[in-house]
Design a protein around this ligand. Structure first.
Ligand code: APR
Ligand code: PHB
Length: 394
């Protein structure tokens, strides 16, 4: 079967879904092809920190109702080291900006509902997506859906299929460069049925390694501890995890981690990755398909949002004003913000983790950096402006 659309979108993560909605707003037609089921997409647990710019965009698009009701606005974070917590007052340091904690899979539920509510095409369980002729004016996607093989003719293809997707492979190696770093540690993440232990997120550095206390809801908490990336989750009993969290978060003043049953645990690898350029012919990569950050800076979802905003803007200028310039500038425009976030995430990661080969000098460097960050207003402002997110047109 043959089909046609203006923009063929591969992947129904935050990038692909938001792009489809942004384009629909401008009267641009798209089809979103997703390999997983709706249930899987809506159940995948990821981070949940939304920058102010992401929140503003979702509200402006009429997608913010549940987020504003169920999410929680945070005006600061804590950096904890040497048994003492230091608050970074994000809002005070950034002229009134804040972050919102609202889990990514809840964002996805809202985006899927909005797309389907508009009657827009969004296909789940799509198999064997393959890209053809991306360097021509008639790029195509072949895929199988409900046992039917389809050739989808497009004006443009948006590769929004995440780090393990197929789109990136359509960029010839001869014109692209990959920049990457893998870290010698991972994060063991848990979901715990317990009330929050603190009003704000705690990023803790300790001799035993990094830990993070985050939240999902008044009844459910998300926490992480640095671990060996090759470790097996089965080796970590709930008791071991709790003991490690408590040891790493211990304070001189009384403070208690509130605990409860652990209902989910898994280990994630940590990586930095960028492909340049993010476009080739009529193929445009967005989100994790083009770049990965370690989760320490909480930037992944927000970067994906910034990319598709630029892409939607550029495609709108093409269709409504016959302008090519924004499309041509897409990669360079996105990469400026991507590299800023890459640096910030790498910096936070380097400051807060124990490295297997670090020595006493290296540890003193980390302490000096932490101390400077919490004692100097200039240093704290730098962390805060990056954490709450630079303006979308950065
Ligand atoms: N065909 C169709 N869909 C695919 C294919 C394929 N060959 N390969 C991957 N996908 C789908 C995945 O199943 C996933 O639902 O593409 C989607 C990509 O979504 P994400 O990985 O969430 O990537 P992105 O939308 O760029 O979002 C970036 O969200 O996932 C987090 O850590 C990520 O926070 C970051 C942000
Ligand atoms: C999360 O809530 O999952 C989370 C929060 C902050 C991070 C990373 C993950 O930096």
């Amino acid at each position: 079967m043959n089909k046609r659309t203006q923009v063929g979108i591969i992947g129904a993560g935050p990038a692909g879904l938001l792009l489809a909605l942004l384009l629909a707003r401008e009267g641009i037609d798209s089809i979103v092809l997703e390999k997983r089921s709706r249930k899987d997409v809506e159940a995948t647990i990821r981070a949940g920190v939304l920058e102010q710019g992401t929140v503003d965009l979702l509200i402006e698009m009429g997608l913010g109702e549940r987020m504003q009701r169920e999410g929680s606005v945070h005006h600061g974070i804590e950096l904890r080291f040497d048994g003492v917590g230091h608050r970074i007052p994000l809002t005070e340091l950034t002229n009134g900006h804040a972050i919102t904690l609202y889990p990514q899979h809840e964002v996805l539920k809202d985006l899927v509902a909005a797309r389907l509510g508009q009657g827009g095409e969004l296909l789940f369980n799509v198999e064997h997506a393959q890209l053809f002729d991306v360097n021509s004016s008639q790029p195509r996607i072949h895929y199988t859906h409900e046992h039917e093989t389809v050739e989808l003719q497009c004006d443009f293809i948006a590769g929004c299929d995440g780090f393990h997707g197929v789109s990136r492979t359509a960029l010839p190696q001869s014109i692209s460069t990959i920049f990457t770093r893998s870290y010698p540690f991972g994060w063991l993440g848990i979901l715990m049925q317990a009330p929050p232990s603190a009003d704000e997120l705690i990023y803790a550095y300790s001799e035993r390694g990094f830990s993070l206390v985050s939240t999902r809801s008044p009844e459910l908490q998300r926490m992480y501890i640095q671990c060996d990336p090759h470790d097996h989750i089965a080796r970590w009993s709930d008791e071991m995890i709790l003991e490690e969290l408590q040891a790493r978060l211990t304070t001189i003043d009384p403070w208690q981690l509130r605990i409860g049953p652990i209902i989910q645990k898994s280990i994630l690898a940590m990586r930095s990755f960028v492909i340049e350029p993010m476009q080739y012919g009529r193929l445009f990569l967005a989100g994790d398909a083009a770049h990965i950050v370690p989760p320490t800076g909480a930037k992944g979802l927000n970067l994906a949002v910034a990319d598709v905003r630029h892409l939607a803007h550029a495609l709108t200028a093409f269709y409504q004003k016959q302008r090519n310039d924004l499309l041509e500038a897409y990669s360079a425009t996105c990469l400026r913000r991507v590299w800023r976030a890459e640096h910030f995430s790498w910096w936070m990661t380097s400051m807060l983790h124990r490295f297997p080969d670090d020595d006493p000098f290296q540890q003193r460097m980390q302490r000096a950096q932490l101390d400077y960050t919490v004692r100097s207003r200039a240093a704290a402002i730098s962390l805060a402006e990056n954490y709450i997110g630079l303006p979308l047109d950065w």
